[in-house]
Design a protein around this ligand. Structure first.
Ligand SMILES: Nc1ncnc2c1ncn2[C@@H]1O[C@H](COP(=O)(O)OP(=O)(O)OP(=O)(O)O)[C@@H](O)[C@H]1O
Ligand SMILES: [Mg+2]
Length: 285
């Protein structure tokens, strides 16, 4: 995971999701929490953005605001340059054609009573493919599965709980491949899988972006992953963006004390351990 990728500059490209002074306050009085505190952002078409911060910094609250699962207390979210309107059920459904999400726990995202083929078939139907022939539907599902290295023939008739965590997350990506939203929001999608599956999933997300031009918003507490995968990073502390910019610039030349601390917390596997203070001989006595 250490090779450097070529990163593109999106700063002059078309905007897909922006925020101005976006704020979310929970509770009132003494019990008030400002989970997201006047954040501004501009995410561009095809950009791979990471939002990095520690537990409680407001990442999931911001994802819910971006997804339209809750409304900001203050501020404005713009979709493709225009104020987002999710004031009715039908407007929300229209917005969700443009933005989809994958979450930390893939098991929570599936209806356990639905077989895998019906999970994928639903995606085809949602994209207006209800009247396609059965053969064409199978072809699309097979293609989506092979994009994530799963074999459709081996999955038919299985239930989601019969898959491993890594396979489930790949199935989530196959769904996104079929749904082809403009924006994918991925909230800690690799935190429940092993390191090997994690690298595979990250590479699949990059392929997905390269193949479809979708904007990916990747939420993580791991600044190392953010550096590996993104064009642009936003560093979040106590609900605020303390620093943002191109991944190379922010991570190789951090300005904010918080960013410097996140970087210094990454375990350095190449650094030799200092064992001089360890008294090995006393153990043998
Ligand atoms: N529904 C809610 N009601 C009240 N407070 C909330 C609610 N949701 C989140 N919070 C508070 O808002 C703050 C931000 O929480 P959030 O879940 O967004 O953090 P996070 O960065 O996603 O953390 P983690 O890395 O642990 O997932 C926390 O202090 C949390 O307690
Ligand atoms: Mg969270």
């Amino acid at each position: 995971m250490s090779e450097t990728r070529e990163r593109k500059d999106f700063s002059n490209g078309p905007l897909c999701l922006s925020g101005r002074g976006v704020t979310k306050v929970f509770g009132i009085g003494d019990r008030k929490t400002v989970a997201v505190d006047h954040v501004d952002f501009d995410f561009h078409e095809g950009e791979f953005v990471s939002i990095v911060g520690e537990s409680g910094s407001g990442k999931t609250t911001l994802s819910k605001l971006l997804l339209g699962l809750m409304n900001p207390t203050e501020g404005e979210i713009l979709f493709e340059g225009k104020p987002r309107d999710i004031s009715s059920g039908s407007k929300k459904r229209e917005y969700w054609k443009g933005i989809q999400a994958i979450f930390q726990d893939p098991f929570s995202s599936y209806n356990v009573f639905h077989k895998i083929d019906s999970v994928l078939l639903d995606c085809i139907n949602m994209r207006g493919g209800r009247n396609l022939s059965k053969e064409k539907k199978i072809e699309l599902m097979t293609e989506a599965c092979s994009f994530v290295n799963l074999k459709f023939a081996e999955l038919t008739n299985k239930y989601p709980f019969e898959l491993s965590g890594g396979q489930m997350q790949r199935l989530m990506i196959a769904r996104i491949f079929l749904l082809k939203p403009r924006i994918l929001l991925a909230d800690e999608p690799t935190s429940m899988v092993d390191a090997c599956s994690r690298a595979t999933i990250l590479d699949m997300l990059l392929d997905l972006r390269d193949e479809t031009g979708m904007t990916i918003i990747f939420i993580t507490h791991d600044i190392g992953l953010a550096y590996y995968i993104s064009d642009t990073v936003y560093i979040m502390e106590h609900g605020r963006f303390v620093e943002s910019g191109k991944a190379d610039e922010v991570i190789l030349n951090p300005q904010a004390a918080y960013t410097k601390r996140l970087i210094s917390d990454v375990p350095k596997i190449h650094e030799e351990w200092d064992l001089s203070t360890v008294d090995l001989l006393s153990k043998e006595e």
